[in-house]
Design a protein around this ligand. Structure first.
Ligand code: TYD
Ligand code: MG
Length: 454
């Protein structure tokens, strides 16, 4: 028998090494390399199919083996983020800050899926079954046919799964799970990885869907090894600001649907309510048109969403002016400031710049460039944009405005919400059938001159 050798891996990127070092050669992170504990050689190490070590020709796969259809929970916001319902035998990771509402969401989802006919088991490692039942009753789900279990020992859970044979199992949370063949504390990297591995491979073998809840660390990553993200089919993040009641479920990886899809919920006294018109919600706190405020018509996944950008520009009392941004990329803000200065001759030196996406929404699209530039200029010039106006478009380093995808959907959503004007790059798909007045510009200088008279 070969001598057991130690192995090490990086908790940030998952690279493997045969000796420890302070810095990972794979991703350059410091103090992320830990010793691996060998996984069990028990049932979980069996291969997935029954034909071990042989391949199957793609053309030999008969259509009878096509996967059974997806199950819909009936919560449209959740079903859409999953890519159109729950895929059988899929593994899903739901990450989020403590207290954001993960347990609430998944208990509601468990109830809905069980009512839709899936045999569902909800395993809580954090609360006793009685507490979960109490919560369910408070959420008005007391009569849903969900099975509850309070357990943290992985062996016990796998045994329960063998005997109960559910079709969907929810593990809340993966950090509380504990494999007795791994010699480290629950929540440690090796425990989380071992538990995730055992559960996902069990799920694939038995055709069970598994949803793992994962806590997120201060810097926003799912606590435990990144490799858990590689093990599952779908990674969802449940996000939200503490001061706001709405929550966003975002698909960051999905083997069965589009990534970047979002579902919007509102935390109420009786659990999470679906928000079917997020644009109306994000714009609900908007008052009269004011300098620095610009509405951006964005696309999140497959759906248009309007959000408000707010900017504040003020003389800086500091030697080095501040650049502060919430809900948008800081690097991208620096780029837009540089383009405004270099191409339009509008300096921001000596001015503090604050940029915020209202309502705690995070925007990632470059299509928001023009809205950001408009907000910055509007704040700097102390001039509000025309009322009822949406803005979108990408800015290139040359100062040219580039058309962005889904122009039509962006305009439709703006019109639906009562906007009358849209500012967009020239080009883009010709748009018909709406009554918005469209003002198009080919480059940033032209836009600045026309809108701000600068
Ligand atoms: P929870 O689902 O326990 O969060 P997580 O599992 O992500 O840690 O949610 C906890 C918060 O949600 C708590 O602060 C109270 C709030 N909440 C409501 O506002 N209404 C409700 O109906 C429920 C169940 C929770
Ligand atoms: Mg919880």
């Amino acid at each position: 028998m070969a001598k057991a050798t130690k192995s090490f891996s990086c908790t940030a990127c998952g690279a493997s090494f045969n000796k420890w070092s302070g810095r990972c050669d794979g991703c350059g992170a410091w103090n992320t390399i830990v010793e691996d504990t060998p996984l069990s050689t028990g049932p979980a190490s069996k291969s997935l199919g029954n034909k071990r070590g042989s391949g199957i020709l793609l053309t030999d796969l008969s259509t009878e083996e096509a996967p059974p259809p997806r199950t819909h929970s009936g919560m449209d916001e959740l079903d859409r983020v999953l890519g159109g319902g729950l895929v059988p035998a899929s593994a899903i990771l739901v990450g989020g800050d403590p207290g954001i509402g993960k347990s609430t969401l998944l208990l509601q989802a468990a109830a809905r899926f069980s009512q839709a006919g899936l045999k569902t088991l909800y395993v809580s490692g954090e609360e006793a079954s009685a507490q979960v039942r109490m919560r369910a009753r408070r959420l008005g789900l007391g009569d849903a046919p969900v099975q509850l279990a309070a357990a943290t020992n992985l062996r016990d859970i796998l045994t329960t799964l063998e005997t109960e044979q559910p079709q969907l199992v929810i593990i809340d949370s993966i950090q509380t799970m504990w494999a007795d063949n791994v010699e480290s504390a629950p929540g440690s990297v090796s425990q989380v990885r071992a538990a995730a591995h055992e559960l996902t491979s069990f799920a694939k073998r038995k055709g069970v869907s598994v949803i793992l809840v994962g806590h997120v660390t201060k810097d926003g990553q799912i606590a435990g090894p990144r490799v858990v993200e590689h093990m599952v089919d779908t990674v969802l993040y449940f996000e939200g600001e503490r001061g706001h009641q709405f929550r966003i479920l975002r698909a960051v990886k999905n083997r069965f649907g589009p990534a970047d899809e979002i579902g919007v919920f509102e935390m109420t006294g009786s659990g999470l309510a679906e928000v079917t018109n997020p644009s109306a919600l994000f714009l609900s706190e908007r008052g009269e048109p004011s300098p620095g405020s610009v509405v951006f018509s964005g696309i999140e996944g497959t759906r248009p969403v309007l959000v408000e950008f707010q900017a504040l520009v003020a003389p800086s009392p500091h030697a080095q002016a501040r650049r502060s941004v919430v809900g948008w990329d800081g690097g991208r803000l620096a780029m837009i400031l540089a383009v405004l200065e270099a191409r339009c001759g509008i300096p921001f030196a000596g001015l503090d710049v604050y940029l915020n996406v209202a309502g705690g929404m995070k925007v990632q699209e470059p299509a928001a460039d023009l809205a950001v530039a408009a907000a910055l200029l509007s704040a700097r010039e102390d001039a509000a944009l025309p009322a009822e106006c949406v803005v979108f478009g990408e800015i290139s380093l040359s100062g040219a405005l580039r058309p962005v995808g889904q122009t039509e959907n962006r305009l439709k959503e703006a019109q639906k919400l009562g906007f009358s004007t849209a500012i967009a790059p020239t080009g883009g798909k010709a748009v018909g059938g709406n009554s918005l007045s469209l003002r198009q510009f080919g480059d940033l200088t032209e836009f600045v001159g026309d809108i701000f008279g600068a």
